[in-house]
Ligand binder design. Sequence first.
Ligand SMILES: N[C@@H](CCC(=O)N[C@@H](CS)C(=O)NCC(=O)O)C(=O)O
Length: 217
Amino acid sequence: MPLTLYAHPFSSYCQKVLTALWENETPFAYRHLEEPGAGEELARLWPIAKFPVLVDGDRTVAETSIIIEYLDLHHPGPVGFVPTDPAAALEVRFLDRFFDQYVMNAMQAAVAEALREEPDRLHEAKASAGRSLEIAYGWLERRLSGRQWAAGDGFTLADCAAAPSLFYADWVHPIADAYPSLRAYRTRLLRRPSFARAVEEGRPYRRYFPLGAPDRD
Ligand SMILES: N[C@@H](CCC(=O)N[C@@H](CS)C(=O)NCC(=O)O)C(=O)O
């Protein structure tokens, strides 16, 4: 039975998993969340109703980091997303957590406020996201220096998390010239074919970005 992914092309967490699937050319059926009934199916499968969700036969797999580790275990391809060496795996998992918690979620907090359409709160939310992202960018600049990918030479789970989080975070709070390693890393991610495809497939939905998508990338 093929894998099915419940996803939306403009969603940052969906792009994280799509990048992993396309990286290894893993076959799957795409259940687009704008298709009739898809949202209801998702809520039945996973009452938390956050997306993406992967279905593999009678197994439902949620949470992007777990989905990617699940793919590594049960549907492996040429790219292994978590190294077999435990110490190397720890660095990958740590960076995955860092990108989700301190970049993706900071970016999403400002986006969520923008969707509420309350100008005063939006100003504070953007300022707060900016402060958090500035700290994250500074830390990443030092951590990524000299590395091609987040955890070293190989493309991993951490890069799947980094790609959409840095992509959208830069729209909310641009990565300044003071962070050349981080800016170069974001450019490398945008050139990686698996993530470039995710960006292309999300492009028709840019009008959904409540802070206004910039005319670049
Ligand atoms: N920790 C979750 C986060 C997933 C998430 O927040 N997805 C967003 C879409 S990018 C979502 O479901 N938003 C709708 C909602 O929160 O109700 C994961 O890694 O899968």
